[in-house]
Design a protein around this ligand. Sequence first.
Ligand code: ATP
Length: 513
Amino acid sequence: MAQQEEVFKKLIAHCKEYGFVFPSSEIYDGLAAVYDYGQNGVELKNNIKRYWWDAMTMLNDNVVGIDAAIFMHPTTWKASGHVDAFNDPLIDNRDSKKRYRADVLIEELLAKFDDKIEKEVEKAAKRFGETFDEALFRQTNPRVVENREKRDALHARFTKALNDSNLDELKQIIVDYEVVCPISGTKNWTDVRQFNLMFATEIGSTADGAMKIYLRPETAQGIFVNFLNVQKTGRMKIPFGIAQIGKAFRNEIVARQFIFRMREFEQMEMQFFVRPGEEMKWFEYWKQFRLRWHKALGLGDHKYRFHDHDKLAHYANAATDIEFEMPFGFKEVEGIHSRTDFDLGSHEKYSGKNIKYFDPELNESYVPYVIETSIGVDRTFLSIMAAAYDEQTLEGGDSRVVLHLPAVLAPVKVAVLPLVKKDGLPEKAREVMNLLKFDFKAVYDEKDSIGKRYRRQDAVGTPFCVTIDHETLENETVTIRHRDSMQQERVKISELYGIIENEVSLKSLLKKL
Ligand code: ATP
């Protein structure tokens, strides 16, 4: 784990050094859990969004997009349940004055039991070698069985406390399991309290009668309130979906782990409206579609898993997360929820408007049920960077840091490099740039030795480097270097487009879905 943490620290430093992610307002020492994306970060982020948007709205001809405002009428958040129920259970340590999420402290306890079990299994696997029967060992080893029983007992108690919203019981678990504050090392805890995560502000001047409004904590509600607008103007027939990408804001208390948990972040959400009773079929459909979307990136299928929710939100009748193996363990990147007719039904009640859909095939009106897919842009960004980051020792003792980014998402697709800064090579390189720049994000670099320039491109994940040398002037050929293999080949300038396009095309990625 310590080694993983070390790698994670290096990744954060790398993100800053190479213009991917900066702390927000850094000259004023930053703002906790708020980040800015730099020149390379914004390109990667835009490419992730483009991949999601096209996969959702182009491959599914019954999914259309919208872009709703961040500010919404405050009753929206009453109807959605966020004013009353968008809370985290918090607990303070009186000695360190640090605040924690009670549920997260207990989840960490659960993870400790899991760790113990895995360590036993690892140890035994080493000891027994090829003859090791892992399944049997898990079932029969007394230490594994004991830890699993303890874990299951804690899990059952925790789930019940969450479902009953029993804050006293959450505190009691923390007391009974003797959880200590990592800062002060003491068990001097306050009671657990609920804390609302929405940011509030005011719209209009006080003289006009200012109205308290919220920064949206999710993009979904902008879709719900526009359900009929889109359905009617787009003449959409159920089942159909509405997709949206946009900022969301949450006053996260335990804001750690870099861009994993931010106070301002971006979501890509889709609400899919279906006939009541058909939601489970569509829930399954979208689960599989979304998992394929992730796996198609080629970061490693084993890095993903589904995690069904222990506690269903007030609106859901089924929910699962797609988790990714981050440097700090498997964590949620996307949530897939069957939200029933809760949101539309509630908006109907609060607005007094009829939000029903007339189904011509059934000849009846109903409030549709909803399957939601909700993925964080920033967490996807982090998962891709974490999987891509690699420190390599090369032959001859040299080393390099390389980002094995999926080529289609890489911020820069091709770097054009004149071998030397004279003899007409820069001019020729500019010509090649001008040829490529209409199709690909290309950069030109003539500074430092060619080796250093290759390293700079490796560090930002550029899949191709094209080098212009004296031979280029004679026969219109260049060398093209591949990032991962570092292989170089001599090709005609006229072949460059085809070679690059073949690897960076979004179309090929979309075809895998
Ligand atoms: P968590 O349990 O980690 O707080 P959540 O279950 O509250 O997440 P959802 O409300 O389901 O998250 O939001 C959908 C997606 O939005 C998440 O899967 C995640 O990718 C992203 N997301 C949510 N909160 C944050 C945040 N504070 N920072 C970055 N991304 C976030």
